[in-house]
Design a protein around this ligand. Structure first.
Ligand SMILES: *Cc1c(COP(=O)(O)O)cnc(C)c1O
Length: 532
């Protein structure tokens, strides 16, 4: 491998690079590939899934009951009359099944703790899981929205905001959320060709790529997190947002890949900036918020400015389900900015949304997102499939009903133990930071070299070793796939490993293999130093 030309890899996008690394890691048949590049977790919440399937069986029976004659396989709409009693009976009959027990408790919880109408809830769930109606309202089913709001407010650290003050749009995961938001910001002239937008880096790469697309051609102002500050954004970087030409700030919090939540100091600076820049749009992708200790979203700090994206993919191990939400506050600057557009822009938008209502100017931004998600014309069949909304509700309830937070503690300790194992095997200090979420880790080449063999060795590594080459060597020789931090906008040579998708012994193997390379490099270094 020593004389392989790695320069050809330099131009690849992070995702192409990943494919090349995987190909190399798989090229030897006598071993398993360890792909630590993937964000997909290898753990998942089972009880809310059991509940989903049990509810499905109950609901299918309900549907068949609703027709007096019952040809095989033909059912009707579930009947609300007596539904609650039949459900209670079902729960009693199946009380040995964990999914059913959970369902029974969920209905009580919704009634007693959340103060919602349990009959209406049950009917929404039964009809929803059967998927026998278009999603109405298209933005989100009513009781489902109320429950998921409660989950979002709690998990995103929002205090003192009543549920009535926010709106949710249920979407097909964080991915759809991002695509919809970029599109509607543009369609509604809130960002325009050539506008400046700020992006917190390092970041999940699509946030760097989408704004550069032909559709947007935005000018990117990067807000760099500082590795020497535990990957927090220094105040001087955040203050760049005071530039009135910057229309919006996009960030992932907790970040991907450094995997730290924004510190209280950072949040305070942002709150101050928003006072000076009440027009600044903030898009915060808080997919990892549920893994943090005492998380506080920017949505909690400046709700009027902030569009919040949350996904159920990572925390519940549900990437295949495609579940996410977009949240906005009822009082928000997006609607105010739309109201303040020029006459010509407003006329254009009246035309765009004219088919939906006689007063298109009154349509809120979040409802424009819904309409735009189906090219406006197909608005009446927009919305997330109802069975998906049911699973989303069951995930949310599962988390809220777990008063000891056992699931949360379990997933947090899983990723944190893997982190500790990797660094222990590598032979360096385990990074300690109260803001750290440890869903990913960035293994810093320079710091690691320094800790293992001292300053001079670290300087030599930085001068002579190509970090991409190191990743290809690791992939080739050990079958371990790590991604280069550079692909995510990390400035220091580093490797990103997801701590979510392999087993503990495999993180030990990654630590071992990196340690071996460090040792070999050190021997090489000693040879060269001796020759001098
Ligand atoms: C994984 C991830 C997403 C994608 O979430 P989905 O809900 O699976 O589409 C979005 N944002 C960030 C930062 C992610 O890491």
């Amino acid at each position: 491998m020593a004389n392989v030309d790695y320069s050809k890899y330099a131009k690849l996008s992070p995702f192409e690079l990943k494919d090349e690394l995987i190909a190399l890691a798989q090229s030897k048949t006598d071993r398993i590939m360890l792909n630590a590049g993937r964000g997909n977790p290898n753990f998942l919440a089972t009880v809310p899934r059991r509940a989903f399937f049990q509810l499905g069986l109950f609901s299918a029976t309900e549907s068949e009951f609703s027709f007096s004659y019952m040809p095989e396989g033909l059912g009707g709409y579930p009947r609300p009359v007596g539904l609650q009693q039949r459900f209670d009976h079902f729960v009693l009959e199946n009380r040995d099944k964990p999914g059913v027990v959970f369902l029974g408790k969920a209905v009580s919880y919704v009634r007693d703790q959340l103060g919602l109408d349990a009959d209406a809830f049950l009917l929404e769930m039964v009809e929803g899981i059967l998927g026998c109606n278009y999603p109405v309202p298209d933005r989100m089913l009513r009781i489902s929205e109320s429950i998921v709001k409660e989950y979002i407010l709690r998990e995103m650290g929002v205090q003192g905001m009543p549920k009535e003050s926010l709106d949710l749009f249920a979407v097909e995961g964080g991915t759809a959320a991002m695509a919809y938001i970029f599109n509607s910001l543009k369609e509604n002239k809130l960002i325009d060709y050539g506008n400046k937008i700020a992006i917190g880096v390092p970041v999940f790469t699509p946030y760097l790529e989408i704004p550069e697309l032909n559709d947007y051609q935005l000018e990117e102002v990067l807000i760099h997190a500082d590795p020497n500050m535990g990957w927090q954004y220094p105040e001087s970087e955040l203050r760049k947002l005071e530039d009135p030409d910057i229309k919006a700030f996009f960030l992932v919090n907790p970040s991907n890949p450094p995997s730290v939540k924004m510190s209280d100091e950072g949040l305070a600076v942002l709150a101050d900036i928003v006072k000076k820049r009440p027009d600044l749009i903030i898009l915060t992708d808080d997919v990892y918020g549920t893994f943090a200790d005492n998380f506080k979203s920017l949505f909690a700090i400046c709700p009027e400015n902030t569009i919040l994206v949350y996904s159920f993919s990572k925390y519940f191990g549900a990437t295949g389900w495609r579940l996410g939400v977009i949240a906005t506050a009822k009082e928000n600057i997006l609607d105010k900015k739309i109201a303040a557009l020029s006459k010509k822009d407003k006329d254009d938008l009246e035309k765009r949304y004219g088919s939906l209502t006689t007063d298109p100017a009154s349509i809120k931004f979040i409802d424009r997102l819904v309409a735009d998600s189906r090219n406006v014309a197909l608005n009446h069949t927009a919305g997330l499939s109802t069975p998906q909304q049911v699973q989303m509700v069951l995930f949310s309830l599962f988390n809220m009903m777990d008063s000891r937070q056992d699931y949360k503690k379990a997933v947090k300790s899983v990723v944190r133990e893997r982190d500790a194992t990797l660094y222990r095997q590598l032979g360096v200090d385990i990074p300690q930071d109260p803001n750290s979420v440890d869903y990913y880790t960035l293994i810093n080449l320079e710091n690691t070299s320094r800790q293992l063999y001292g300053d001079e060795f670290a300087d030599w590594v930085m001068k002579t070793k190509n970090p991409t080459e190191l990743l290809f060597r690791v992939a080739d020789e050990t079958g371990v796939v790590l991604l280069p931090g550079s692909g995510f906008g990390v400035q220091h040579p580093s490797a990103r490993a997801s701590l979510a998708n392999l087993n503990e012994y495999q993180y030990a193997a990654i630590g071992d293999s990196l340690r071996r390379f460090a040792e070999e490099s050190y021997q090489e270094y000693l040879q060269i130093v001796k020759k001098k």
